[in-house]
Ligand binder design. Structure first.
Ligand code: ADP
Ligand code: ZN
Ligand code: ZN
Length: 725
C-alpha cells in the first residue's frame, strides 16, 4: 500500500504529493515521519492507494506513524483540499491552518489531575483507621460529605502521609482525570428568555435549512438569543455548532451567556489562549467532549463533527478576512463546511457588508430580519455636531459644548459614558513648527505616534520605540506641534474635568496583557458613574445596561481612509458604537463630532437607515465599477532592496499587461505603483493594482503570474483586501 504524503515544508517546489510505502496501520489523516532529501520530516497522509505513478524502486517506507488516531478528520482533509484550490494556497500551509502548532508539532501534552473518593462506607472506614489517626479521620469525613476531593487539595489539608496511607490501605481511591487548563470560574446562571414573535420566526425559518441566511437586526434586537436557540435545537438532535465572533467581541459577557446556556459543552478558540489552553480546547473538540465551538476567525477550522449550524456574528467585520499568508475569507470556508454538513450558515449583523446584502438582494442568501430592539426600546438619538462651528466660536478643545453638557448630564445621573476615538496614543504625530520636520520611523514610511504615558514615540506599523523629542533634531527649535488626538490625550483631558470619577482606557496599549480586555471591562461594569474611552474595540458586543451616553469624537477618521470600503466601514462603526447606549432604558444619547456634517454616511447613520445607505452605496459601486461589481486584486511586491522590488514589479506588470490583451474590457483597471505606505519594517513596497469583472479565470491567471520565485523579494496576492496600505 502506498501513502500519499504532503511534507511539512513551506516551499513551492515541494508543494505536491509524494508517495511512500505505508506501514501496516497507517491511515488517511495521520501525521507521519518520512525520509525526505536526506533528512526526516513531518508529513501528512492525505490518501492511500494500491498504485503509484512514481518509480517503485525508489519509494521509501514511512519511518513512523505519529499517532494511532488520525489528527486530520475526513471533513477537515477535504477542507484542506478546498482551501488550497479556492485560495491558491500550498497544501502544507492549509494544514497549518487546520492543525494548531501545539497539535501539529506536539509541543503540548495533556495534564492529569487526581481526585480522591471513598471506597468503603464511612463506618467501616472509621473502624479500620482507628481513633488516633486524626488527619485520616478528618479526610474520610470530608470525603463522606463532599463525595470527591482533589488529591492536591487533600495533601494540602491533611498531609501527604495520611492521604497516601489511606490509598495504600484501600480505604480511598485515587482517580485520574484530564485537567482542563481553561477554567470558567464565574458560573453564572443567566435566565433564558421567551422568544419574541420575530425571533421565533427567525428560528423557524433558519432551522435545518441547508442555505445561507443573512440575519439582519439592529444592535440589541436579540440576534444572539436566536443563535443560542438554534444551537440548543441542534444539540438536542445530537448535532454540533460553530459560532464565530470578531476577536474583540469574545467578551466575558458572551462567554458567560454561552457557558450558562450550554454548561461544560462550550470550547473556545481565540488568539488570547495560552498554548496549553489551546491544546486542551482543541482536544476537547477533537474528542467530542465539547459540542459548541465559540471562537474568532480561525475557529472555523475546529475539528468538530456533525455540524448542525455555523454562525458568523458581526459578519461585516474585517477580521474575517485574514490579512497575512495563508490568506483566506472566513465566509467561504464556512460555506464549504455548511454545504459539507448540509446545515444552515447564518451571517448576522446590524449592518451587513455591502457585498453580503447584495447577495441577499440577488437571492443567493435568504434575508431574515429582526426589525426592533427587545422590549420596544428605541435606538438612541444621534446628534451631529459640526466641529467647524465649535472652532469658529472659539472652542478648540477636542470636546464640543454639546458633548460636554450631555456627558455631564449622564455622569450626574449616575450613569456611564463611552467615548470613542479611533486612534490610540496621545497625538498622531509630532512635528516641528519652525522647519516642518516630522518624526518618522527608521524602518517604515510612517509618522511616529506620541505616547505620553511612556514618554515615547512609537511606530504603529512595526512597534519600534523612540525617545520623545524635546527639540527638533533638524533645527533645534522647541516649538513642537502635536497631531490629532488619541485615546491617551482624551483620558488626560477628561481627568482634568472629572477628578473623582473612574475613567478607563481600552486600546491596543492597555489590553496587551492576557485578559486585558476582561479586566478593564469588569472594572468599568462595576463602577457607576464612570467613563470608558477606547478605540473600535469598545464598539462590539458589550451589553452594559448603565451606559446612557456615547460620544464619537472624530468620526471622520475612518471616512477619509481612501479606499472603497471607507463609507461602509464608517457607517458600520457609528451604528455599532451608538448601539452601546440605552440598551436597557430609553435614555440613550449619542453625540457625533465631525467636520463633514452633511456627508451622506452621517445622514443615513443618524436615522439608522441601513437600507437607505445601502441603496446609495450600491449605486455608487455600480457606476464606479467597484465590488461586488468587480474584483479588486493587488499583487504586493516587497523587498529590502528598493531596486529589486521595482524590477520585479516591472516584470510582473509586463506579464499583467498581457492579460489585459487577453481579456480586453473585462479588465477595467491595471496599474503599477508604489504602495500607499512605501516602506514597512525596512521593506520597500510596490503594488500592481487591478480591477476586473468577477471571473475566477482572471483571478487564477493573476495568481499564476504572481507565482514566481524571486530572490530577496516577496510577492503576495490579495483579492478584495480590507485595506490597501
Ligand atoms: P443582539 O445580539 O442583537 O445585540 P441580544 O441577543 O444580545 O441582541 O439581546 C439584547 C438584550 O435583550 C440582551 O440583554 C438579551 O438578554 C435580551 N433579550 C434577547 N431576547 C429577549 C427576549 N425574547 N426577551 C427578553 N429579553 C431578551
Ligand atoms: Zn516602523
Ligand atoms: Zn525644526
Amino acid at each position: 500500500m502506498y501513502a500519499n504524503v504532503i511534507v511539512d515544508i513551506s516551499n513551492d517546489a515541494v508543494d505536491r504529493v509524494f508517495d511512500y510505502i505505508a506501514l501496516d496501520d497507517t491511515e488517511v489523516g495521520m501525521r507521519v515521519r518520512v525520509p525526505f532529501a536526506g533528512r526526516t520530516v513531518l508529513g501528512y497522509v492525505i490518501g492511500l492507494s494500491e498504485h503509484t505513478d512514481f518509480d517503485r524502486e525508489k519509494i521509501k517506507p514511512i519511518i513512523k506513524n505519529l499517532e494511532s488516531v488520525p489528527k486530520l478528520k475526513p471533513e477537515i482533509l477535504q477542507l484542506c483540499l478546498f482551501l488550497a484550490k479556492h485560495f491558491f494556497l500550498r497544501l502544507s500551509d492549509c494544514i497549518k491552518l487546520v492543525l494548531p502548532s501545539c497539535i501539529r508539532l506536539d509541543t503540548q501534552h495533556e495534564q492529569i489531575e487526581y481526585d480522591l473518593s471513598l471506597l468503603l462506607d464511612i463506618d467501616t472506614a472509621i473502624n479500620l483507621i482507628g481513633k488516633r489517626a486524626k488527619n485520616q479521620l478528618a479526610l474520610v469525613a470530608s470525603l463522606n460529605e463532599e463525595g470527591m476531593i482533589s488529591y492536591q487539595k487533600a495533601i494540602e489539608l491533611f498531609g501527604r502521609t495520611s492521604v497516601n496511607s489511606l490509598i495504600e490501605k484501600g480505604i480511598i481511591l485515587k482517580n485520574s482525570r484530564r485537567k482542563n487548563r481553561l477554567q470558567y470560574i464565574d458560573k453564572k446562571t443567566i435566565q433564558k428568555n421567551i422568544l419574541t414573535p420575530s425571533q421565533m420566526n427567525a428560528v423557524n425559518t433558519i432551522k435545518n435549512q441547508n442555505k445561507t441566511f443573512l440575519l439582519q437586526g439592529v444592535t440589541g434586537s436579540g440576534k444572539t438569543e436566536v443563535y443560542m436557540t438554534i444551537i440548543e435545537d441542534c444539540l438536542k438532535e445530537n448535532k454540533t455548532a460553530i459560532m464565530l465572533v470578531p476577536e474583540i467581541s469574545l467578551t466575558p459577557q458572551m462567554m458567560d451567556r454561552f457557558n450558562s446556556r450550554f454548561p461544560n459543552d462550550v470550547a473556545v478558540l481565540h488568539s488570547g489562549l495560552s498554548e496549553g489552553e489551546r491544546f486542551d480546547e482543541w482536544e476537547r473538540i477533537f474528542n467530542n467532549k465539547a459540542h459548541v465551538v465559540l471562537g474568532a476567525r480561525s475557529a472555523i477550522f475546529a475539528p468538530i463533527e456533525n455540524l448542525g449550524v455555523i454562525i458568523i456574528d458581526e459578519e461585516h467585520d474585517s477580521s474575517y478576512i485574514s490579512e497575512s499568508n495563508p490568506r483566506f475569507v472566513t465566509h467561504d470556508v464556512a460555506k464549504f463546511r455548511a454545504r459539507f454538513n448540509s446545515c444552515p450558515l447564518i451571517l448576522g449583523s446590524a449592518t451587513p457588508s455591502i457585498e453580503s446584502y447584495y447577495k441577499a438582494e440577488s437571492k443567493q442568501y435568504e434575508l431574515v430580519k429582526l426589525p426592533e430592539r427587545i422590549n420596544g426600546l428605541e435606538m438612541p438619538k444621534i446628534e451631529i455636531i459640526d466641529m467647524l462651528n465649535e472652532v469658529m466660536d472659539g472652542n478648540t478643545s477636542p470636546f464640543s459644548r454639546k458633548l460636554l453638557s450631555k456627558l455631564d448630564d449622564c455622569i450626574k445621573r449616575g450613569k456611564q459614558a463611552i467615548l470613542f476615538i479611533n486612534r490610540r496614543g496621545f497625538a498622531s504625530f509630532v512635528m516641528c513648527r519652525e522647519c516642518g520636520y516630522r518624526a518618522k520611523c527608521d524602518d517604515c514610511e510612517v509618522s511616529l505616534v506620541y505616547h505620553k504615558e511612556d514618554n515615547e514615540l512609537k511606530c504603529h506599523f512595526c512597534g519600534k520605540r523612540y525617545r520623545m523629542l524635546t527639540n527638533c533634531p533638524n533645527c533645534n527649535s522647541t516649538n513642537i506641534k502635536y497631531g490629532a488626538l488619541g485615546t491617551e490625550r482624551v483620558v488626560n483631558e477628561l481627568k482634568s474635568i472629572y477628578k473623582d470619577i473612574p475613567i478607563y482606557r481600552m486600546d491596543n496599549d492597555t489590553t496587551r496583557k492576557k485578559d486585558g480586555h476582561k479586566k478593564i471591562l469588569e472594572q468599568f461594569s462595576t463602577h457607576t458613574p464612570s467613563i470608558l474611552v477606547g478605540t473600535q474595540m469598545i464598539a462590539k458586543g458589550h451589553d452594559y445596561p448603565n451606559v446612557s451616553f456615547v460620544g464619537i469624537l472624530d468620526a471622520d477618521v475612518s471616512l477619509y481612509n481612501s479606499d472603497y470600503k471607507s463609507n461602509e466601514r464608517t457607517f458600520q462603526l457609528i451604528t455599532q458604537v451608538a448601539g452601546r447606549a440605552g440598551r436597557k432604558t430609553n435614555d440613550g444619547y449619542v453625540v457625533l463630532q465631525t467636520y463633514a456634517p452633511n456627508h451622506y454616511v452621517y445622514r443615513f447613520a443618524v436615522n439608522y437607515d441601513y437600507e437607505g445607505f445601502y441603496d446609495r452605496e450600491i449605486n455608487l459601486r455600480q457606476t464606479t465599477g467597484f465590488p461586488p461589481f468587480s474584483i479588486i486584486l493587488r499583487i504586493l511586491v516587497s523587498s529590502v532592496s528598493d531596486n529589486r522590488a521595482k524590477e520585479v514589479t516591472k516584470k510582473l506588470f509586463d506579464k499583467a499587461n498581457q492579460l489585459k490583451d487577453k481579456y480586453g474590457k473585462s479588465i477595467m483597471f491595471l496599474q503599477a505603483m508604489p504602495s500607499p505606505v512605501k516602506r514597512i519594517q525596512t521593506k520597500y513596497r510596490y503594488q500592481i493594482l487591478t480591477r476586473f469583472v468577477p471571473d475566477d479565470k482572471i483571478i487564477k491567471d493573476f495568481y499564476n503570474i504572481a507565482d514566481m520565485i524571486e530572490k530577496d523579494v516577496s510577492i503576495f496576492v490579495e483579492v478584495n483586501p480590507n485595506n490597501l496600505r
